[in-house]
Design a protein around this ligand. Structure first.
Ligand SMILES: [Zn+2]
Length: 484
């Protein structure tokens, strides 16, 4: 059955725009403030108040649309989307319905080494709702309106994604593009990037869409991929049994790793959309839009191509590094100070990402200057420290903020590269271990490993391994000549 069936996925992504103030009032958008401290009569929906559009929000939305290759509308307007929910004090959300800000875009992304493209149906502006907090202990539900009125864009794709992996790869690329364009910080754990996924199955070759389920509020890449994998299995089983699927909204239960039905899906008419009478329709000046287009920075796909051409990085390395603008900036700055791109890329992908992942940090939270990494790598090249010591120094330098060179000096981690001193240690080891020395002389090459181990032990791991090995081999050869 698996091959006879095609998976069809479309995404609706909500992205919080990086503005200082909310979309229709002057309240702050800062994350993490005490509940209900960033509210006013406008975002609380008091009668008689009027919204005023934040120009910065409009500009960021246009930036996002252009970065996603959309056609920005000349004429656009706001509409009211009516529904009742306790986190929505006005009883409606100001959104856009039939005249969205932008349409007909596309985004190219890489999945398993292949390039794929998904079309973007539309990008529109809207306001966020508040946040409900359920108290497990008292059973009460509290509401925080700080987020109410924070500017959002909704990015809606065409149903062009064909697997959970593709959906995830698309989202990762989308996040990278929006971060590069400085439209949003896209912190999924803070809810500034959230995703709903529509998924249905159909017989391969069919053009009609099957009955879809919409999975709400997927707030991590992993949750997105896992929830979709679960849905593929669930829908496949249902179709195999000849069950009829219903159009419904489902939620992802992280603890049980299953999707659960929430409600049968609303249709657009349930929202009774109508033009927002308190905001005038807008006609965007094409020259202003062009100005924004010209101000867009190099985007991830362009940067990836450049990293391959300019630094000779493999596609895999380039892809991993450009996925985060901060990481890519870090890489380039480091290469400026230490012009060995592949070595730097290995360290960025290995040590730097390893450090961040093990602590659940984002690249933006890395508190380490690229010059410091360059300094560390130079010390390895100069033979001052070994690669394994360099790895330890890196960890410590990142967590303490100290310079790698200072740490090496402070802890006496320099390699023992003094030929005279090392030769003395080698002589001592040979005297103390006559049996392995004899073994080696009789051609048992493995004995050299044991003797090397003794040299490292006597020097507390600081002997320069290449030099120690050479001295040991030379000494053993001499000993052999001297032995009758
Ligand atoms: Zn307000």
């Amino acid at each position: 059955m698996a091959d006879a069936v095609e998976v069809v996925i479309g995404l609706e992504v909500h992205v919080e725009l990086k503005t200082e103030s909310k979309i229709f009032c002057a309240c702050s958008t800062r994350f993490g403030s005490p509940p209900n401290t960033q509210v006013c009569p406008i975002c609380l929906g008091h009668p008689g108040t009027l919204p005023v559009l934040n120009l910065k929000a409009l500009e960021l939305a246009v930036r996002a649309a252009l970065a996603l290759n959309c056609k920005v509308a000349r004429y656009t307007k706001f509409d009211r989307k009516n529904y009742f929910y306790p986190d929505l004090p006005k009883g409606y959300q100001i959104s856009q319905y039939d005249a969205p800000l932008a349409e007909h875009g596309w985004l190219e992304f890489r999945v398993d080494g292949r390039m794929r493209t998904a079309r973007i149906r539309r990008v529109h502006l809207e306001e966020d709702a508040g946040k409900l907090m359920h108290d497990e202990v008292t059973g009460e539900t509290l509401v925080d309106f700080n987020r109410c009125g924070v500017p959002l864009i909704e990015v809606v794709t065409e149903p062009d994604l064909r697997s959970p992996r593709e959906a995830r790869a698309f989202m990762e690329e989308l996040r990278a593009v929006l971060q590069y364009a400085e439209v949003s910080d896209c912190r999924m754990q803070e809810g500034s990037l959230r995703c709903d996924a529509n998924i249905s199955l159909r017989p391969r070759g069919a053009t009609d869409l099957g009955t879809k389920a919409e999975i709400k509020n997927l707030n991590s890449f992993r949750a997105l991929e896992k929830a979709l994998e679960y849905e593929v299995a669930r829908q496949t089983r249902a179709l195999e049994r000849g069950e009829r699927l219903v159009l419904e909204t489902r939620g992802w239960d992280e603890g049980r790793q299953v999707t659960v039905p929430l409600r049968t899906k609303e249709e657009a008419h349930d929202y009774r959309y109508f033009p927002e009478p308190d905001l005038v329709p807008m006609t965007l000046d094409p020259e202003w839009v062009e100005q924004i287009r010209r101000s867009l920075p190099e985007l991830p796909s362009q940067r990836m191509a450049r990293f391959q051409a300019e630094y000779g990085l493999p596609a895999y390395d380039a892809g991993v590094i450009v996925a985060s603008r901060r990481l890519a900036d870090f890489f380039e700055e480091c290469v400026r100070h230490y012009p060995h791109p592949k070595t730097v890329s290995n360290w960025v992908m290995g040590q730097v990402l390893g450090y961040l992942n093990s602590r659940g940090l984002e690249p933006e939270e890395l508190n380490f200057e690229p010059e410091r990494l360059a300094e560390l790598l130079r010390m390895v090249d100069e033979g001052v420290i070994s690669v394994s010591v360099a790895r330890e120094v890196f960890e410590e330098a990142v967590s303490t903020g100290k310079s790698p060179r200072a740490l090496v000096e402070e802890k006496g981690l320099e390699q023992l590269s003094d030929t005279g001193a090392l030769a003395a240690v080698v002589r001592q080891v040979i005297e103390e271990h006559p049996s392995p020395v004899r073994d080696y002389r009789r051609g048992k090459v493995k004995a050299l490993g044991f003797l090397m181990g003794q040299v490292m032990k006597k020097t507390a791991g600081k002997a320069n391994p290449q030099l120690a090995r050479r001295l040991l081999e030379e000494a053993l050869a001499t000993e052999r000549e001297e032995t009758p």
